[in-house]
Design a protein around this ligand. Structure first.
Ligand SMILES: Cc1cc2nc3c(=O)[nH]c(=O)nc-3n(C[C@H](O)[C@H](O)[C@H](O)COP(=O)(O)OP(=O)(O)OC[C@H]3O[C@@H](n4cnc5c(N)ncnc54)[C@H](O)[C@@H]3O)c2cc1C
Length: 437
């Protein structure tokens, strides 16, 4: 009987386990995770912070479903992997041998290099324990400081604002998420935040954390200004967890390098999810994502391969539907460029490929807060951002993902302005019709 070990009980690890079982009814499948709460929705943590959903709604797979699939769950920390001996070692010394092994170890929030970073009240948002800690610390009417960029920083800002805190949001440059959003999009988000009572501080950075009786009491900014704070939250980027893979001498770049079958450089060892750096056929590079769907798909594909069903992972166009300052926002394909000084590498809910913009022309339409920005390449659409009204979200996702030739309407799209939506929807309907025939 084949024995599969999976390190990590996030969406990549769990998807792999279910995929193995779908192919092999008798294999032994053991998931090892260091979080006491097994499987939950990480993106859902933001909605738990804003009080929109109760904690229990995050748990979409119940323990009995793991049992029904005969998946064994071990709560523990894997401290060492020995690919030669085909075994792993848990904290406490327990050894488990494997035939196939999956690294689904995810990514972890980067914290700034500041003295006293472990003070009570200094937080990040990586997992459900962090979310519970933040909820415990939040107090209506008290000040909070959020530092960072991307989606998680905004989720922290909004979560704390909804809990009645006076939130100060610090940004290093002059606008929010400048390498994914364009200036108008950043300004829409910023004005909505102000409307929610958030104070934005541009060109700002923390120089020191201030403490009183063992807990954070505020921050001193570069330049000397002091902001009092009961809670200081950092969301300055994430890094794949690589120490185990490094000590096992797997090939690593910014993540664990995998081929199209999600195989690492060691025999019978696979990697998937936020920890893996997978091949992107569009850019011809290995890229990092921190996105739920790619993690799920990679986990599933790795599982099939581990179970002996060779399946190539075909990376799809990076896609995320999220909420920025209460505004539903879909990001598809490549939409921005350059670097964001508020982030180290990428953030949660982010993809490196969003910033690899090839030659493309931006055209947009804008009604009130509803906004669509298209990145139009020579023959195809390469990316889009849809904010507010989501009517165009599905057509754009299909046209970009399928790399539909838009030559026929390119001129009309680029010059469309106010009629962009109409041109696009008509073209999409024609394309669907021709595909159906
Ligand atoms: C607040 C937040 C908001 C997000 N928003 C979005 C969004 O809007 N859209 C989107 O697509 N994605 C979003 N994401 C990202 C998405 O949740 C991740 O891409 C996805 O969960 C990654 O899954 P994974 O299985 O690779 O890793 P993880 O879910 O991180 O799971 C890895 C697990 O392995 C465990 N582990 C690591 N090392 C060891 C070890 N040595 N021993 C034992 N266990 C170990 C970890 O503790 C963890 O439980 C968000 C994430 C967060 C936290």
């Amino acid at each position: 009987m084949t024995r599969h070990l999976i390190i990590g009980t996030g969406v990549a690890g769990v998807s792999a386990a279910f995929a193995i079982r779908s192919v092999d009814p008798v294999a032994e499948i053991v998931l090892i995770g260091n979080e006491p709460d097994k499987f939950y929705s990480r993106p859902g943590l933001a909605y738990m912070l804003t009080k929109e959903i109760p904690e229990k709604m995050l748990f979409s797979i119940q323990a009995r479903e793991f049992a029904a699939q005969r998946l064994s769950l071990v709560n523990g920390v894997v401290e060492r992997v020995d690919p030669q001996g085909r075994s792993i070692f848990l904290r406490g010394g327990q050894r488990l041998d494997y035939d196939r092994l999956l690294f689904a170890t995810g990514a972890t929030a980067v914290m700034p290099d500041l003295p006293d970073i472990d003070l009570k009240g200094v937080v990040k948002l990586d997992n459900i324990s962090d979310a519970r800690r933040i909820i415990k610390l939040a107090r209506a009417g008290k000040p909070a400081v959020v530092v960072g960029g991307g989606i998680t920083a905004l989720e922290l800002v909004e979560g704390l604002a909804r809990r009645g805190m006076n939130v100060h949001y610090l940004l290093r440059k002059d606008r929010y998420w400048g390498n994914v959003l364009d200036e108008s999009e950043s300004r829409i988000i910023e004005s909505r935040l102000r409307h929610e009572g958030v104070t934005l501080h541009f060109h700002s950075d923390v120089e020191a954390l201030l403490a009183k009786r063992g807990a954070v009491s505020g921050v001193r900014l570069v330049g000397g200004q002091v902001l009092p704070a009961r809670l200081v939250a950092f969301a300055i980027g994430i890094r794949p967890r690589l120490s185990l893979a490094r000590s096992a001498r797997l090939e690593i770049d910014r993540g664990i390098l995998v081929d199209e079958f999600l195989r690492t450089s060691a025999p019978d060892v696979y990697a998937a999810g936020d920890a893996a750096q997978a091949y992107d056929p569009n850019s011809g590079r290995h890229v990092l994502d921190s996105l739920w769907n790619p993690a799920r798909e990679q986990g599933h594909t790795a599982g099939l391969n581990m179970a002996g069903q060779p399946t190539a992972y075909v990376r799809k166009t990076a896609f995320n539907v999220t909420r920025l300052a209460g505004l539903t926002t879909t990001i598809i394909g490549t939409v921005g460029g350059g670097r964001d000084d508020d982030l180290v590498g990428i953030a949660r809910g982010d993809s490196e490929v969003w910033r690899d913009l090839p030659h493309a022309i931006a055209c947009q339409t804008h009604v009130d807060v509803n906004r669509v920005r298209l990145m139009v390449g020579e023959r195809t659409l390469v990316g889009a951002i849809v904010m507010g009204d989501q009517t165009l979200s599905q057509p754009l996702q299909e046209l970009i993902t399928e790399q539909v030739d838009i030559t026929r309407v390119r001129t009309a799209l680029v010059g469309a302005n106010g009629t962009l939506s109409g041109v696009l929807v008509d073209f999409w309907k024609d394309w669907r019709q021709s595909r159906a025939n």
